[in-house]
Design a binder for this molecule. Structure first.
Ligand SMILES: NC(=O)c1ccc[n+]([C@@H]2O[C@H](COP(=O)([O-])OP(=O)(O)OC[C@H]3O[C@@H](n4cnc5c(N)ncnc54)[C@H](O)[C@@H]3O)[C@@H](O)[C@H]2O)c1
Length: 359
């Protein structure tokens, strides 16, 4: 019998609630042995539900418990600092909620440590497991759309003041960032995943409807190294409710549009000389319904297989694959602060993400 993967969770908040349910569904392969949160009520609730041991201090937990993988679901600004301890001091594989870190320096430190100790480091970008995105990536890899000239992403989502007031770290530059870094990191990831390497970026941003430090609306233009242009519109200002998310790709031989709430549906696909696109798309037009969220379940389930058996699906974001989207986010913020175009690679001088505050 193959041993179960032993997981410990650090941070028992909103994101971890979904992880908890997925681990319950994966209990034939995964055992959550311990959980930790500085909020003991949350730690106890998780521990009870999972028959795991609760801890307030993650250091104590990792000293005492036999663990293979640590699942980090902490405020974004803590991923770097605590992730480094988990790898360096406790030598554990790391599954980290997006984003990998808030600064390029901390992201590199995590990557270097994981390489040094030969440990796996996976960042959760579950949208990459969306069926339409898997299919679109395959279509792009085969060159069926020809030379790409435009990658445009946008999301018009709603986050009211109550959301930003629900935890002290939300909307702060030191621990979170705004619409782009928090919600938009999935879209920044899609820009680089589908569009390729970035040459330059220019952005304007503002804080329009929420009372917080970081931005709730950012509009950016991007030039890719392959010559294509891109745009990103990132906002949590949609009122009175979420509207939609979209990715548009135009190529010299065809076009595609991903839609739905979170890029979970292929709304449009047309390719020169291919009349039967339905046959090409097959069952990949839309994520099937899943009570735990199709993409999240699929991503975590395959991440666990990767930790356990080394079997890596192409959509799993391992190690440095999490870096380009972070660089794009920081490049867009840097541009908005400097009020001019930023050419990659660049040294962040003005971007406030991950700086200051109580990291
Ligand atoms: N993949 C996704 O689509 C997705 C969705 C939501 C959130 N996230 C990410 O998940 C992370 C957590 O977000 P959230 O909404 O769950 O936040 P949250 O505030 O609900 O949860 C964070 C938890 O961490 C705990 N915590 C803080 N410091 C700690 C410490 N030193 N040790 C142990 N626990 C500690 C807090 O008490 C809290 O319970 C963020 O990085 C966010 O970007 C990802």
């Amino acid at each position: 019998m193959v041993m179960k993967l032993r997981v410990a969770i650090i941070g028992c908040g909103k994101a971890a609630e979904r992880h908890l349910k997925i681990y319950q569904a994966l209990q034939d392969r995964v055992e959550v042995v311990a959980v930790s949160d500085i909020n003991t009520e949350r730690a106890n609730l998780f521990a009870q539900t999972l028959s795991a041991k609760p801890y307030k201090d993650f250091n104590e937990m990792l000293k005492k418990e036999p663990v293979d993988v640590v699942d980090l679901a902490l405020p974004s600004g803590m991923h770097g600092k605590i992730g480094k301890i988990v790898i360096k001091k406790f030598k554990k594989h790391l599954l980290v909620e997006k984003p990998l870190a808030l600064t390029i320096r901390e992201a590199h430190e995590l990557l270097n440590l994981s390489r040094r100790f030969n440990l796996k480091l996976v960042t959760i970008f579950q949208n990459r497991a969306n069926l339409p995105i898997i299919k679109l990536k395959e279509i792009l890899n085969k060159g069926l759309l020809g030379r790409i000239i435009l990658v445009s992403t946008k999301f018009y989502w709603s986050r009211t003041q109550a959301y930003y007031d629900s935890a002290a770290w939300r909307g702060t530059w030191a621990q979170d960032g705004g619409a782009l870094a928090q919600q938009g990191c999935h879209f920044a990831d899609m820009m680089v995943y589908l569009g390729g390497e970035i040459e330059s970026a220019f952005a304007k941003m503002g804080t329009f409807l929420a009372n917080m430090e970081a931005e709730d609306l950012l509009v950016g233009t991007i030039k890719f190294k392959n010559g294509a242009l891109g745009t990103i519109e990132a906002t949590t200002c949609a009122r009175p409710k979420d509207i939609k998310a979209e990715v548009v790709i135009l190529g010299e031989k065809g076009s595609a549009i991903l839609g739905g709430f979170a890029m979970n549906r292929l709304d449009y696909l047309a390719i020169e000389d291919i009349n039967d696109v339905e046959n090409l798309v097959g069952g990949y037009r839309e994520n099937p319904p899943h009570h735990l969220g199709y993409a999240h379940y699929s991503y975590l389930s395959h991440a666990m297989d990767f930790f356990r058996e080394g079997k890596k699906q192409a959509f799993i974001v391992e190690g440095e694959e999490a870096l380009p989207s972070l660089e794009l986010i920081i490049g867009l913020y840097e541009s908005a602060e400097r009020r001019r175009e930023v050419h990659f690679p660049f040294r962040p001088l003005r971007c406030k993400l991950g700086r200051g505050g109580s990291q």
